[in-house]
Design a protein around this ligand. Structure first.
Ligand code: SAM
Length: 201
């Protein structure tokens, strides 16, 4: 089964922050769920949460494997984890909302820069007014990294594929503005990560 060490290390601090931001009950869409560890953890930790995980079609089977094995047990009161749906942010076929929240962890630096505008416009299109887009991961500021480890990670990503790389938070916020999302918060998270919170106007 797919497994992410980083996910395991960070899932508790992320769930704690989601508890602070998500209304309850809430219907949430997760973009680029990967191994599904966040999806399982949040639905076991937070009550009254209906969670829809998603992945690119080619990565869907690995995600669904975890949901089949772990996604039906030990759920928090009133919470549920749906079967994963196929979603590439650059596609037009986003799941039908409206969602109270769209969450995505560690995807902005992996998907090509050209896909980022689609992530912001797609999220805005499925959020209810006031609904939140929560983006977790490493972000830079005007090209400046907050830690040497983030700079090294950025260089490593770009050496693998020039389209990948740690993104500027300001750029994400500007893309959000164009898509109808207002920046609400920029939360410092452990290990030089951040949680960018944007709300649909
Ligand atoms: C580093 S993994 C993060 C997985 C998981 N969210 C986590 O935090 O462990 C990056 C994920 O982004 C997804 N991804 C990349 N491009 C994407 C796109 N265009 N649309 C949706 N997901 C994408 C990949 O399939 C991959 O699962």
């Amino acid at each position: 089964m797919l497994f992410s060490e980083a996910c395991e290390r960070n899932k508790q601090s992320i769930a704690a922050e989601l508890e602070r931001w998500l209304p309850r009950p809430a219907l949430a869409l997760e973009v680029g769920s990967g191994s599904g560890q966040h999806a399982v953890h949040v639905t076991r930790t937070l009550s009254q949460l209906r969670w829809l995980p998603s992945e690119r079609p080619e990565a869907l089977a690995g995600l669904q494997q975890r949901i089949d094995l772990e996604g039906r047990s030990q759920l928090a009161a009133g919470s549920s984890l749906a079967d994963a749906v196929a979603l590439d942010v650059t596609d037009t076929g986003w799941p039908t909302g409206p969602f109270d929240a769209v969450f995505s962890a560690n995807t902005a630096h992996i998907m090509p820069a050209a896909a980022l505008p689609h992530l912001l416009t797609g999220a805005a299109s499925v959020l209810r007014p006031g609904g939140l887009l929560l983006l977790y991961g490493p972000f830079s500021d005007c090209g400046r990294h907050s830690a040497p480890s983030n700079a090294a990670f950025d260089a490593h990503l770009r050496s693998l594929d020039a389209a990948m790389g740690v993104r500027d938070a300001d750029w994400i916020v500007a893309l959000g503005q164009s898509a109808g999302l207002a920046s609400v918060a920029d939360v410092a998270m452990p290990a030089n990560n951040r949680l960018l919170v944007l709300a649909r106007r």
